[in-house]
Design a protein around this ligand. Structure first.
Ligand code: RIB
Length: 347
């Protein structure tokens, strides 16, 4: 079978009539540094395109010990929260000539571990991981190996590495305080994956907002155990079956609120007439819903951009493991899914 003929720098140099080093300097973005004229630069680039040249990453990797590739592991590519982060990481990586290999851990820690091993075997220059968020011994092994690593979203306080997260605590406090300002006191909380940092921080905010008002939390109104839609559906069904029914629901994530809305509709109830709701996570569809959703928006685009820049800095400091942690504020986006009750009561 015919082998793909690898076009070399020599082929381009001969075609243009310049030295191999000139071709190499042009194709590695060093024209200005070596004062190569625009005319020569454009001629070399055009000839490389015409001949179908592409750099031999394997050979370059052996020489430079870099593959210009990063690994990215996220729990659910179909979730707009993670896909927005992934997209912004890829956009930033491409700007630096770096490619991104993406792996979906399907909210499964074992798959996350396997993805880490696969990406390390591909000799990626660094890893950005949005962890499933319950175990971190495999992440400690990455740090011990010296491979640059940035953690995003669900993080571990005692993990000695760079991270980019939201201020989940303050986001939850502001949402519950808004419910109180609208005279809601009986608020059902559908939580996410229980032992993850984001869930721990959000429920801490929920509880502290209550205690600031001197009101005890009704523990029977805290339900749920995962960030998925099904958890939202079941949690809402449980809350709506209580008597008296809570006047509001705080959904701990985008998919949870989707499931909760499905249950509310199935029960023949209307938002916000019969039940008010706030969702953690802004979504592309939030404002287009039959009742535009009030949300706690995370800065997903900025999260992706910052995560890549932190990783890039580690890679190009020859593996200097920056321990910088960045916490981004959330924003309460007011829309129409919360009704003001006539007076502070559960009905
Ligand atoms: O399903 C998305 C949710 O899980 C988001 O709230 C995000 O913080 C992630 O942890």
């Amino acid at each position: 079978m015919a082998q793909n003929k690898q076009i070399t720098l020599d082929n381009i140099a001969s075609a243009v009539g310049v030295s191999c080093s000139t071709v190499s300097r042009v194709l590695t973005g060093q024209s200005k540094k070596y004062r190569i004229s625009d005319k020569t630069r454009e001629l070399v680039q055009e000839t490389a395109r015409e001949l179908g040249y592409f750099p031999d990453q394997l050979a370059r990797g052996l020489r430079t010990k870099r593959t210009n590739t990063i690994g990215l592991i996220i729990p659910d590519i179909s979730n707009p929260f993670f896909s927005t982060i992934a997209r912004n990481i890829e956009i930033q990586a491409r700007k630096t000539g770096c490619s991104t290999v993406l792996s979906d851990s399907q909210e499964d820690t074992q798959l996350e571990i396997e993805s880490v091993q696969l990406l390390q075997s591909r000799k990626v220059d660094g890893l950005i991981i949005c962890p499933v968020g319950e175990e971190h011994s495999h992440l400690e092994r990455i740090i011990s190996s010296g491979l640059p690593l940035v953690i995003v979203d669900r993080y571990f306080k005692n993990l000695d590495c760079a991270f980019v997260v939201s201020d989940n605590y303050q986001g939850a406090v502001e949402a519950v305080e808004y419910f109180f300002s609208m005279n809601h006191r009986s608020i059902g909380y559908i939580q996410g994956r229980v032992n993850t940092s984001v869930n721990i921080e959000r429920i801490r905010g929920f509880r502290d907002a209550y205690s600031k008002q001197g009101i005890p939390v009704d523990e029977s109104l805290i339900v749920g155990d995962s960030f998925g839609k099904r958890n939202g559906y079941i949690g809402a069904k449980m809350l709506l079956s209580k008597s008296p029914r809570p006047t509001a629901i705080f959904a701990a994530s985008n998919l949870i609120s989707l499931g909760a809305m499905s249950a509310i509709q199935e029960e023949g109830l209307k938002i916000p007439e019969d039940i008010s709701i706030i969702s953690f996570d802004e979504q592309p569809y939030s404002e287009y819903l039959a009742t535009p959703m009030t949300t706690v928006a995370q800065q997903t685009s900025e999260t992706g951009e910052i995560a890549f820049k932190l990783l890039h800095a580690q890679i190009h400091q020859d593996g200097e493991q920056s321990k910088e942690g960045i916490v981004l504020p959330t924003e309460l986006v007011f829309r129409k899914s919360v009704k003001k009750l006539n007076h502070p009561t559960s009905e």
